[in-house]
Write a protein that binds this ligand. Sequence first.
Ligand code: HEC
Ligand code: HEC
Ligand code: HEC
Ligand code: HEC
Ligand code: HEC
Length: 239
Amino acid sequence: MVFFATLTVAAVGFTITVSQLVSASGEKHADEAAVVTESTGPIKSVCEAQVAKSKNPDVEVPAEFNKPYPSLEACISYDAAGDPDAPGPNQPVAFSHKHHSGMYEIPCLYCHTATDRSKMAGMPSLEVCMGCHTWFSKDFDEIEGIRVMKDKWEKKEPIEWKQIHRAQEFVKFRHNRHVKAEPTLACQECHGPVEELDKLYLVPVKAFGRMPAKKMEMGWCIECHRTKEASQDCATCHY
Ligand code: HEC
Ligand code: HEC
Ligand code: HEC
Ligand code: HEC
Ligand code: HEC
């Protein structure tokens, strides 16, 4: 799946692994850390060329791979989002929130349209994705996830995203009331710094009060309800 996990930089004679450029949780930027390991072969893709050029602007790149797209950032984010060793489920298309929401500042609600008005935050349909991606250069097809997305689109099949946050059946949870609470709750209060993550996972609760609990457990809900003076009645959250 991570088809350009190892990038080779022929002219300067070393190999770098994109995953090494970006920490598992995607906290580092491409330019922050370059880990150089062993040496090997020639440049075989635009993404490999992008990484080579970012290390050495004068590097010689075969003409067929000397293109602006996919961009260096797209290559690195795609690789980090698909890193099987990073926490979180491997998604059918390695989709990076850091890239879309962090770098391009696409608002959460552009994709998760239902969050402020319904129970479910909802997953974006392929129509939302293709609304942007139809306009992209064909050179982006080098990225496997882009090819998968376009293929699904042509076949009119949805992408089956794996759900990460899931409340139990016997629990009442609604996004709209939370998102519209006074004072407002940011998505990040419950989901962590999504816009900094290439690959999403259940980010652990950081500063936690008196009740030891993991996210999505009752103690987690109650602790916030206590501090925000929301209801702690059993019937608020249970049927
Ligand atoms: C508002 C426009 C927009 C929407 C909507 C959008 N994208 Fe993107 N996408 C981009 C841009 C811009 C890039 C990066 C271009 C670059 O850096 O060269 C990108 C890059 C990507 C990449 C490669 C980097 C990465 O994040 O892995 C994938 C895969 C991708 N998009 C998939 C999707 C999917 C799946 C959806 C729908 C859930 C989607 N995109 C919706 C604009 C969009
Ligand atoms: C008070 C905590 C809280 C806040 C704030 C919050 N969420 Fe959630 N989110 C949850 C919980 C709990 C679930 C699991 C819900 C379920 O299984 O029914 C969830 C599930 C989701 C899902 C999975 C699909 C779904 O609809 O269940 C998405 C996407 C999501 N949230 C996005 C967002 C976005 C975007 C925002 C901000 C606009 C946001 N959330 C704000 C707690 C929160
Ligand atoms: C361009 C579309 C797009 C934008 C913008 C976007 N998301 Fe997402 N989001 C997705 C897709 C696609 C998935 C499923 C793949 C994944 O988990 O990475 C997802 C998954 C999630 C999930 C996990 C849902 C679950 O299964 O539990 C949460 C939480 C979430 N997004 C929150 C946010 C927040 C918060 C923002 C704004 C900072 C945001 N998203 C912006 C497309 C988007
Ligand atoms: C980060 C803080 C926070 C977390 C975490 C949180 N809540 Fe809430 N919740 C609130 C606030 C604030 C309100 C009051 C909203 C209002 O009505 O203004 C509320 C209201 C509610 C309500 C009553 C409104 C409605 O939707 O009918 C329910 C039910 C609820 N929460 C369930 C849950 C469950 C279940 C969880 C855990 C899975 C949870 N909450 C986690 C802050 C939180
Ligand atoms: C703010 C929301 C909230 C309130 C208020 C709340 N609960 Fe819960 N409760 C939950 C959530 C969420 C779970 C599921 C925890 C999990 O999945 O680990 C849960 C789980 C439980 C379970 C465990 C069920 C099982 O099969 O493990 C019991 C029993 C329970 N609650 C009883 C109560 C009682 C009694 C009260 C009132 C004193 C109460 N709850 C108030 C959110 C709440």
